[in-house]
Ligand binder design. Structure first.
Ligand SMILES: *Cc1c(COP(=O)(O)O)cnc(C)c1O
Length: 425
């Protein structure tokens, strides 16, 4: 029976049999016991299914991953140690040195560095395009060696909404997949696979786990992309001699996922611990309750800020006059996320004074969890940049990234109000 997403958040993917634990158990074991070497050999050959070593697969991690796959509408998923590992794997699974990726420029700073610095060092090539690039502009960025297009549903921190269908159309016209980082939206608010995305990644560190207790990532395979349609992805359609000659595209719908597990996780090992997967699953059990509350509170905060004479601008795609409102209505009609950004009148100094005066909202290098928190990029994550460089990457000196939590909205607004009073220079 097909169930609603709320039910899958609570119970998806885990159906204990008679006498088994009601809650997904923590299988804190590196290894699993078998009666004979032959039986274990069959597991290695992928002839039989079963666990043998937690670097490849672990039941706790697999259950949390399977729940996320259900939420996103994919055929399967794999957890990683962090969102960074998920983004790296998502590209590296289908591309190698000398290949080219087209990415939206409106992506998380860590992903931008991963692509633009570290993966360039490894020989990958990237072209960054505006998240609002037209199909023609996007097409112009594609080269014969382009292997994927990458973007974020709601970008961190610039809060741009990606036209996922348009990006998917261009990707598919060129025989390549679209990879979407859906961290800020979560599948409760947007399911990119329904709009044509082929692979979905998350930093589960954010809303999914939701309580700022564990770093983690996940990669979801939609199972929709046909890797055999052209000769761009030889590693998916020819025998992997490093894995008993398996041809991933011949193993069923989750070819991309199987390669991720059998090859990348085996060789690179950015695994999530069963303990962390357990905490992630607890977070998922309330995701469908928390996301609407994050959005409701964020909208109230944004409306308050809009009417305040101490604020120079506010960005929140849930506001009707936001330039992203129409896109947000198409892809995220029930809300975009709990993050809003705004400029404090008085610029950099006033922004710093405002932040230092907050009492409920905490200054942290985090975003998207239950507790309201905020960050002033110009004096922290982007402090090495000049004001001119800041403008170029869309971070103005007065920008405050405010991650609205699930406390009482009136208390959050009262905190902002008193801090704005203190910030008047
Ligand atoms: C935080 C974040 C990441 C990186 O995730 P980590 O879990 O910190 O490694 C990737 N994408 C987005 C959108 C993020 O917000």
């Amino acid at each position: 029976m097909k169930r609603h997403i709320e039910t899958n958040c609570v119970q998806g993917a885990y159906e204990p049999k008679n006498g088994e634990p009601r809650v997904i158990p923590i299988i804190q074991s590196t290894t699993f016991k078998y009666e004979s070497s032959e039986e274990m050999g069959e597991l290695f050959d992928l002839k039989k299914e079963g666990y043998f070593y937690s670097r490849l697969q672990n039941p706790t991690c697999d259950l949390a991953a399977a729940k996320i796959a259900k939420l996103e509408g994919g055929v399967g998923a794999m957890l990683t140690s962090s969102g960074q590992a998920a983004s790296f794997y998502s590209v590296f699974n289908i591309a190698k040195a000398g290949d080219h990726i087209v990415s939206s420029s409106a992506i998380y700073g860590g992903t931008f560095n991963l692509f633009n610095v570290t993966m360039r060092k490894l020989g990958f090539e990237f072209t960054f395009v505006s998240p609002h690039a037209s199909k023609e502009e996007l097409q112009a960025a594609i080269r014969p060696n382009t292997k994927a297009i990458f973007g974020e549903t709601v970008s961190n921190p610039s809060l741009d909404i990606l036209d996922i269908s348009a990006f998917a159309e261009v990707a598919h016209a060129n025989g390549i997949p679209l990879i979407i980082d859906n961290t800020f939206a979560t599948p409760v608010l947007c399911r990119p696979i329904e709009f044509g995305a082929d692979i979905v990644v998350h930093s589960t560190t954010k809303y999914m786990e939701g309580h700022a207790s564990t770093i983690g990532g996940v990669i979801v395979d939609s199972g929709n992309f046909d890797w055999t349609q052209n000769d761009k992805f030889p590693e998916l359609v020819t025998p992997d001699e490093s894995y008993h000659g398996v041809v991933y595209s011949e193993t069923g719908k989750g070819a991309y996922l199987l390669k991720l597990v059998a090859q990348l996780q085996r060789d690179l090992g950015s695994v999530q611990s069963p303990q962390n997967a357990f905490l992630l699953n607890l977070g998922l059990e309330t995701l469908h309750l928390r996301m609407p509350r994050h959005c409701e509170n964020a909208k109230k905060v944004a409306e308050y800020l809009k009417n305040s004479d101490k604020i120079s601008w506010v960005k929140c795609a849930m506001l009707e006059d936001d330039d992203q409102y129409a896109l947000a209505q198409k892809y995220l009609p029930n809300g975009t996320c709990g993050v809003v950004s705004f400029g404090v009148k008085g610029g950099r100094e006033a922004a710093v004074k405002f932040m230092d005066s907050l009492q409920l909202a905490a200054i942290v290098t985090h975003v998207a969890d239950a507790r309201t928190c905020c960050l002033h990029p110009a004096s922290t994550t982007h402090r090495q940049l000049t004001d001119k460089q800041l403008e170029e990457c869309g971070v103005s000196p007065d920008l405050v990234r405010f991650s609205v939590g699930i406390e009482n909205a009136d208390d959050i607004i009262a905190d902002i109000e008193q801090a704005l009073d203190c910030a008047q220079l």
